[in-house]
Design a protein around this ligand. Structure first.
Ligand code: EPU
Length: 419
């Protein structure tokens, strides 16, 4: 398993180009199952999770060519409706093929995702919604078997805000008979990007960007070739800006969208950063020790759970005490235990982490437990004195494109140790 070796303690500076958003690309890739039209997607990040989704789609009969962040993809004739355990267990987002397969082929057999490091992460709301749309759903021997000649539009009120749940149900509803209304829908920008892509395919969706999506089902989504540019990754943007804050450096992120990061930028400003931005760039400079910040995670436009670990790393070396409450996932503090090994003073009390800033972190061998936890360890390592070796770095390759190259360009001393 690859490791990252980081020698910390120097301010980062320079410009970094932000990649396309993993969490927008994944559902959009799954959505290509809904049409036989050729699709060209640009700004697709080259990540492990994208490779996994492409592997799954090719097993379903989808043809593609991928290079230089451009994906030409065509699902002219799906050949299978099976998403096997071997792939789903490596990436939970495989569940995103459930809605499109069911809508296009009338059947889907998808391995039930298990829990993961950050929580139990059930998919009951996906299944409840599909049942309400008229699907016959059975779970047998670890697989979801879903069937419906044609789904029928209805009103769905989601018990809880769910990102991939909203995406799955929206993708299923676009080919249903009649109108579907999804209330308490997730408003994450990645859901909006998917909706905009579906509209390009010929779907009829209104309320895009709000928590009530109205979908008028159509008979087919084959209006012709479609071109779409994947939304920039707001979490990657926030992670690099936090790298500037934690190292007291100055970084400009380009090819991004400042308006998608309000909650994160507010916290970074509260920590003492000076932030300026243009329409597609954000620059952060930090000239003194950051101040600790307190927040709770919440669905968009609240503070994203996917940035919680990174801001915790910032709090570790900040002045004062920061209190972080995680409200989305029940076990998303694994990084705290590793940060402590680098000298951080963090107390965990249920869903709350109390961080008392220390003057310096010290490099140490640490182990990544999930994608954003790895990002927080990278940030801590960049600020720490001495060398940090981060094990299980495959987690970071799932969601950060060419991270060592990007960090090295910003002046970090970072090296991948291949094993
Ligand atoms: N939930 C249920 N039942 C369901 C679905 C969700 O109880 O049927 C619960 C979850 O257990 C969780 C909450 O609802 O407590 C919200 O989960 P959600 O469904 O929104 O999460 P997700 O769709 O599985 C996506 C992202 C995650 C991100 C979350 C929250 C993708 C592929 N994944 O997951 O991204 O943390 O939304 O914003 O879009 C990451 O990129 O590192 C990552 C984990």
């Amino acid at each position: 398993m690859d490791k990252l070796l980081i020698s910390g303690g120097r301010p980062l500076s320079g410009e970094v180009r932000i990649s396309g958003a993993k969490n927008a690309a994944l559902p959009i890739l799954a959505a290509t199952l809904l049409t036989q039209a050729p699709v060209v997607l640009e700004n697709v990040p080259e990540l492990r999770d994208i490779a996994t989704m492409l592997k799954l789609l090719s097993q379903l009969g989808v043809r593609y060519r991928f290079g230089a962040n451009t994906l030409e993809i065509e699902a002219s004739k799906p050949e299978s409706v099976l998403a096997p355990y071997e792939l789903v267990r490596t990436m939970r987002a495989s569940i995103l093929v459930l809605g499109p397969l069911l809508a296009r082929c009338g059947e889907a057999i998808v391995s039930l995702p298990g829990g993961c490091a950050i929580g139990a992460r059930p998919v009951d709301l996906h299944l409840k919604g599909l049942k309400a749309l008229g699907a016959d759903i059975r779970v047998e021997a670890g697989y979801i078997h879903a069937r419906a000649k044609r789904l029928k539009g209805c009103r769905l009120v989601l018990d809880q805000v769910t990102v991939t749940g909203t995406e799955n149900l929206m993708m299923a509803a676009v080919l249903a008979q009649g109108k579907t209304v999804i209330e308490n829908a997730a408003r994450e920008p990645e859901v909006t990007d998917l909706a905009e892509f579906l509209v390009k395919l010929g779907a009829k969706i209104s309320g895009i960007g709000s928590d009530v999506l109205e979908i008028e089902g159509v008979d087919g989504l084959d209006s012709g070739p479609v071109h779409h540019v994947i939304l920039p990754d707001r979490i990657e943007t926030g992670t690099y800006l936090t790298a500037a804050a934690i190292t007291q450096g100055c970084i400009r992120t380009t090819h991004t969208r400042p308006e998608l990061l309000d909650a994160v930028l507010d916290k970074l400003k509260e920590a003492g950063a000076a932030i300026i931005h243009g329409p597609d760039w954000i620059e952060l400079s930090q000239t003194s020790r950051p101040r600790a910040v307190s927040f709770h995670t919440a669905p968009y436009p609240g503070f994203p759970t996917d940035m919680q670990a990174q801001l915790m790393a910032l709090n570790c070396i900040a002045e004062g005490v920061g209190i972080i409450t995680e409200t989305i996932f029940e076990n998303r503090f694994m990084h705290a235990l590793e940060l402590r090994r680098m000298g951080a003073d963090i107390t965990l009390e249920g869903h709350t982490a109390i961080c008392r800033g220390v003057a310096k972190l010290e490099g140490a061998p640490v182990c990544a437990s999930d994608l954003r936890a790895s990002a927080s360890l990278v940030l801590a390592a960049l600020a720490a004195e001495g060398e940090t070796v981060i094990d299980r770095i495959y987690h970071i390759d799932r969601g950060y494109e060419r991270i060592e190259a990007k960090l090295a360009k910003l002046g970090a001393t970072v090296q991948r140790i291949r094993e």
